[in-house]
Write a protein that binds this ligand. Structure first.
Ligand SMILES: *[C@@H]1O[C@H](CO)[C@@H](O)[C@H](O)[C@H]1NC(C)=O
Ligand SMILES: *[C@@H]1O[C@H](CO)[C@@H](O)[C@H](O)[C@H]1NC(C)=O
Ligand SMILES: *[C@@H]1O[C@H](CO)[C@@H](O)[C@H](O)[C@H]1NC(C)=O
Ligand SMILES: *[C@@H]1O[C@H](CO)[C@@H](O)[C@H](O)[C@H]1NC(C)=O
Length: 401
């Protein structure tokens, strides 16, 4: 009886969330979005509850909920799928079966999940990578980097760098018949953060400079300095990704100390020594007028947090804070941003900064876009938007890689 009433209670709250959670007016398939948004908010609610009563950690509830979407490496008529290791780093390879004379392009895929969740083996990513390999006759490499909070910054990044450097060895490229001049690195959300950082690091490394032809960032988060940008304010409650959830997860990449995530949410987490870095994330300077709306720029409040976290000032966590001279040498770039996205402005600011630095860039902004849509291309929820995003990104690759 207790169990039944608990379930009943759960569904009542879920239903209420579905009905009352407001979604932006121009969103397509609003009921599907409401439904997914409600499921995520419910999971967050349950996770907070479980954490407070000491049953499970917040992130563990999400990990359990997403584990059902992990897939096995199953080859199909077009693609051979293999799970293997690049040295120690687990990767999933997608190798086209089609006979082809010459070499193939390659796409290295870095998944999202706020550094805490996800895997390239999640069904939506597996589907995307399979699709990409088939459509472009390309080798696709998904990297399963280590996750927080078990592994803190910069573990995820190190795995990506290490895996990519392993792949870029001549003998490995020859083994997979990859054209060394046609390699792209792609990632969504926090995967986009990692792509931006890895690309900067490789460009600064004499041994790897100009080895990457292109980078593609899909609704990336790119900085942790200012957590009060206009998009953080407007889309504080989502849809899909709320400000609270985003920063709660991302702060776990730095520390499990809750003091940091609470300070980040108040936007009072940066040390005094970081003042000079704010020029690089100043939305008042870099955001196109259209997105500033009536928002008023507030100067950051510095030095309120006693504990010091060097990662907060590290360009490898916030790739947006490198200087212009470091941006200039970046390769061909694709950035996709969504209007209804809490991290929208990170992407928009990077677009402005890259353009100012003279980097060749294609920017797709989706007016009815929501964060995470690319992941809604497999059961249980299919969004037209997700397929449209995929097609935009793929056609850019077809033309540019
Ligand atoms: C294999 O490729 C063909 C041609 O692109 C496509 O029509 C077919 O659906 C693909 N098969 C699978 C299992 O994806
Ligand atoms: C990859 O490495 C991990 C740990 O280093 C190991 O458990 C796993 O079996 C390896 N997988 C393959 C396919 O070699
Ligand atoms: C941000 O830009 C505004 C407008 O250009 C300026 O007034 C403000 O001082 C800048 N703040 C920082 C920290 O760069
Ligand atoms: C931070 O440190 C100062 C001085 O050491 C102390 O007065 C203050 O209470 C501390 N604040 C917190 C939140 O621990």
């Amino acid at each position: 009886m207790g169990y039944k009433s608990l379930c009943f209670g759960f569904f009542c709250v879920l239903f209420a969330y579905c009905v009352y959670s407001p979604v932006p007016e121009n969103i397509e398939e609003p009921w599907k979005v409401r439904f997914m948004d409600a499921i995520i908010k419910m999971t967050s609610f349950v996770a907070t509850l479980f954490e407070n009563i000491g049953l499970m950690k917040y992130e563990e509830v999400f990990l359990t909920a997403t584990a059902v979407y992990l897939t096995k490496p199953i080859s199909d008529e077009n693609i051979t799928v293999i799970d293997t290791n690049f040295s120690d780093i687990p990767v999933r390879l997608y190798l086209p079966k089609r006979m082809s004379e010459g070499q193939r392009p390659a796409i290295i895929f870095i998944h999202g999940g706020a550094f805490v969740l996800g895997s390239c083996k999640i069904s939506a990513y597996d589907y995307l990578n399979r699709w990409t390999a088939n459509k472009l006759d390309a080798v696709v490499v998904g990297i399963d980097y280590r996750l927080a909070p078990q592994y803190h910054f910069p573990a995820a990044l190190e795995d990506c760098v290490f895996g990519i450097k392993f792949f870029l060895q001549d003998k490995v490229l020859v083994e997979y018949r990859v054209d060394p001049s046609r390699i792209c690195i792609m990632g969504d959300s926090s995967g986009g953060t990692l792509v931006a950082t890895v690309t900067q690091l490789l460009q600064n490394d004499p041994e790897f400079k100009d080895r990457i032809k292109a980078q593609a960032l899909i609704y990336p988060g790119l900085q942790l300095l200012d957590t009060f940008l206009p998009s953080h304010r407007e889309y504080e409650h989502g849809p899909i990704l709320s400000r609270g959830m985003a920063f709660k997860f991302v702060s776990l990449y730095v520390t499990e100390d809750k003091v940091l995530s609470q300070a980040i949410l108040r936007n009072e987490h940066m040390p005094r020594e970081s003042k000079h870095l704010f020029q690089f994330v100043n939305w008042s300077d870099f955001l196109p007028e259209k997105y500033k709306k009536n928002h008023v720029y507030t100067e950051p409040i510095l030095g309120k947090l006693n504990a010091s976290y060097p990662a907060l000032m590290d360009t490898r966590l916030s790739p947006l804070i490198v200087s212009d001279s470091q941006l200039q040498s970046l390769p061909l770039t694709y950035i996709l941003t969504c209007e209804h996205d809490v991290v929208r402005d990170d992407g928009l600011i990077y677009v402005t900064r890259l353009r100012n630095a003279g980097v060749q860039i294609t920017h797709d902004h989706i007016e009815e876009g929501i964060h995470g849509a690319l992941s809604f291309t497999r059961a249980p929820v299919f969004l037209h938007l997700g397929f449209r995003m995929r097609d935009k990104y793929i056609s850019w690759l077809e033309e540019n890689l």
